[in-house]
Design a protein around this ligand. Structure first.
Ligand SMILES: NC(=O)c1ccc[n+]([C@@H]2O[C@H](COP(=O)([O-])OP(=O)(O)OC[C@H]3O[C@@H](n4cnc5c(N)ncnc54)[C@H](O)[C@@H]3O)[C@@H](O)[C@H]2O)c1
Length: 262
């Protein structure tokens, strides 16, 4: 247990990757405060994880990362109940795809609001608490689309590129204070609800191919010939959260099976 007794806060924790990250934080011995805007789903997830990890601390809170008072309240709750934050995982994110020439600007702004402004708000409040304590590891969940343009996916790629700029800038501001700020850039988690409930449909429509063809296309892009798995991302999260990465800050780590080389 590399993170025993550490105090962790995570956003977008109700489902998908966020849920897997919460589970791994609990398995590593952390006390966890999990936020999400889907309160019912978050409650169900927490109940399931608590039954699997009896005796561990898992608290939940409503938190829409685009609403500054809700982000501040999440951070305040961690401060009040845990006495501080050692690890903050900024995982909440959305994806709306579409051709740029047809893109509704309201939807484009929504993606920027969650994936970029939301990241700024989480940093603003979490880093203030870490700054006061003189320690902490802030981890942003980014994407391979934060480093490489993404077909008919301009809003998402722009938001994720911008978020890496935030990570590097925050890392510079925090470097001398022993607070590290890094990002993880996962490849395609093809078995996640994001893909199963939404992306296969969106991409099939946008690209004029079947959903099965979309899946195969994204596997074919990966030199290691398999989708990204939650565990691949969780392993890097533990590394970045722990002292094993104590000389790393401002980095955006690819977890893609080599896909960014294609
Ligand atoms: N699924 C993938 O293939 C993939 C690949 C690379 C990166 N990512 C990134 O991983 C993160 C998690 O993605 P996922 O696949 O689990 O998606 P998901 O849609 O399954 O889960 C996202 C979670 O974020 C929450 N959320 C959305 N908007 C929010 C807001 N404004 N405030 C608070 N919570 C909000 C949702 O309620 C949901 O619980 C995202 O940042 C995403 O960009 C995902």
């Amino acid at each position: 247990m590399l993170l025993k007794e550490k105090r962790a806060v995570i956003t977008g924790a109700a489902q998908g990757l966020g849920k897997a990250l919460v589970e791994r934080l609990l398995a590593e011995g952390c006390q966890v405060l999990a936020g999400d805007m889907q309160e019912t789903q978050l409650g169900e997830t927490a109940a399931e994880l608590k039954s699997r990890y009896p005796g561990r601390t898992l608290l939940t809170a409503r938190c829409d990362v685009t609403q500054e008072p809700e982000v501040k309240a999440l951070v305040d709750q961690a401060q009040k109940t845990f006495g501080g934050i050692d690890i903050f995982i900024a995982n909440a994110g959305i994806l709306i795809s579409g051709p740029l020439t047809e893109f509704d600007v309201g939807k484009w702004r929504k993606v920027i609001e969650v994936n970029l402004v939301g990241q700024m708000l989480c940093m603003k409040h979490a880093l203030k608490v870490m700054d006061a304590a003189g320690a902490g590891s802030y981890i942003q969940i980014n994407s391979k689309s934060g480093k490489k343009g993404s077909f008919k996916n301009s809003a998402y790629a722009a938001s994720k590129f911008g978020a890496i700029g935030l990570v590097q800038s925050a890392a510079l501001e925090m470097a001398e204070k022993k607070i590290r700020v890094n990002a993880i850039c996962p490849g395609n988690l093809l078995d996640s609800p994001l893909w199963k409930d939404s992306l296969f449909k969106q991409y099939a429509q946008n690209q004029g191919i079947t959903e099965a063809a979309v899946r195969q296309k994204y596997i074919d892009q990966v030199p290691m010939k398999r989708p990204c798995a939650y565990e691949d991302v969780c392993n890097v999260m533990v590394f970045l959260a722990s002292d094993l990465s104590s000389y790393m800050t401002g980095q955006a780590i690819n977890v893609t099976g080599g896909q960014e080389m294609r």
